[in-house]
Design a protein around this ligand. Structure first.
Ligand code: MTE
Length: 328
């Protein structure tokens, strides 16, 4: 799927997603029909073959969006299918296909986000109010996982800074912590498959959080987020490795000291607090020089990883004076 220059087209007008979906549906159907014989498929199985999208994203709805000048790449978009079936969301299992299969029961309505800690007045935002706080922008960003795969995703949201201004943090707040939803009943895979200390926790220094690229994200491809991508609200930080972008947020806490973060807790020498994309600092177990762009033909997947994932002009000032060989 190649969508000209995404910056020119609001995602609400992008039709290629459904065209691509139709194409996939038909291809899968024909393949299955050839093997099994369509007439022999039961109703459930037939629906599954015709509808490769998961039950978890069945509830997505269209969002009204506006163009954002912060759309930063004209690269080919990763398909909706890949963005929503190749995920990291360990609360729903550690394999890439599990979040799409297992996150159907995530209760995304009603939903609220609690703001606490060093703020003028702690308060709770209802998701419907958050959706109306600012115009929702289409922003296409590169998305680089620490595991050396990448995508190009047309997100929908507005700058986290706009939300932070509403929270009125005190001057003593040096960091902001993000906590994800956690409920053992809904997410039994979290403890069955990992030793992680839940809920998922991430954090940013305040000036990083105020950078306009940091996106409070409600959707992708012009629709609400499917559960497996962090519904109903997550953060997206395109210059950092993907694990910094916590999903399904329920608490945002303003704090004085650097908060603990999930992957740093798990393995501090592998996953730092800053976790800026940096091709010059290898992960202890693999190089970060190259990445694999998901969804492209095999021979086109490999590409050089860019410093700050290509966002140096927008974010380098944040790290002046820091040793970039160490701030991993
Ligand atoms: N947030 C929560 N709550 N749980 C997770 O396991 N995984 C992180 C991040 N946010 C994760 C999370 C990692 S490792 C990555 S790479 C991105 O989400 C993946 O986002 P995606 O599945 O939408 O591509």
């Amino acid at each position: 799927m190649l969508i000209g220059k995404p910056s020119d087209i609001p995602s609400s007008e992008i039709t290629s997603k459904s065209a691509y979906r139709e194409f996939l549906n038909r291809r899968r159907f024909l393949k299955a029909a050839a093997i099994t014989g369509a007439s022999m498929l039961g109703a459930d199985r037939l629906a599954e073959v015709l509808e490769p999208r998961t039950r978890a994203d069945a509830a997505v709805t269209k969002l009204k969006t506006v163009y954002s000048p912060l759309t930063t790449t004209g690269e080919q978009l990763t398909s909706y299918q890949d963005i929503t079936t190749y995920n990291n969301f360990y609360e729903f299992g550690v394999d890439k296909d599990q979040p799409a299969k297992n996150s159907g029961a995530l209760p995304t309505r009603p939903w609220s986000v609690k703001v606490e800690g060093l703020v003028a007045k702690p308060r709770t935002f209802d998701i419907e109010d958050l959706l109306k706080l600012r115009p929702l922008e289409d922003r296409t960003y590169r998305h680089r996982c620490v595991e050396a795969w990448s995508m190009v995703i047309p997100w929908v949201g507005y700058s986290l800074s706009e939300f932070i201004k509403q929270c009125q943090p005190l001057s003593s707040a040096n960091y902001v912590q993000f906590l994800s939803y956690y409920n053992h009943g809904v997410e039994p895979w979290a403890t069955r498959e990992t030793d992680i200390r839940w809920p998922y926790s991430e954090g940013l220094r305040m000036d990083e959080a105020m950078n306009e690229l940091a996106l409070l994200t409600f959707g992708l491809y012009g629709e609400t987020l499917p559960n497996q991508d962090g519904a109903p609200v997550r953060i997206v930080l395109p210059w950092k490795y993907g694990f910094k972008s916590a999903k399904s947020l329920v608490t945002i806490r303003f704090v004085k000291k650097m908060p603990h973060t999930t992957w740093n807790d798990e393995s501090s020498f592998e996953y730092g607090f800053y976790a800026n994309v940096n091709p010059n600092v290898p992960h202890p177990r693999w190089s970060q020089e190259y990445e694999r762009r998901i969804g492209l033909p095999f021979y086109e997947q490999r590409r050089k990883t860019l410093m700050f994932n290509g966002y140096t002009d927008q974010v380098a000032y944040l790290y002046k004076g820091m040793d970039l060989r160490k701030n991993f």
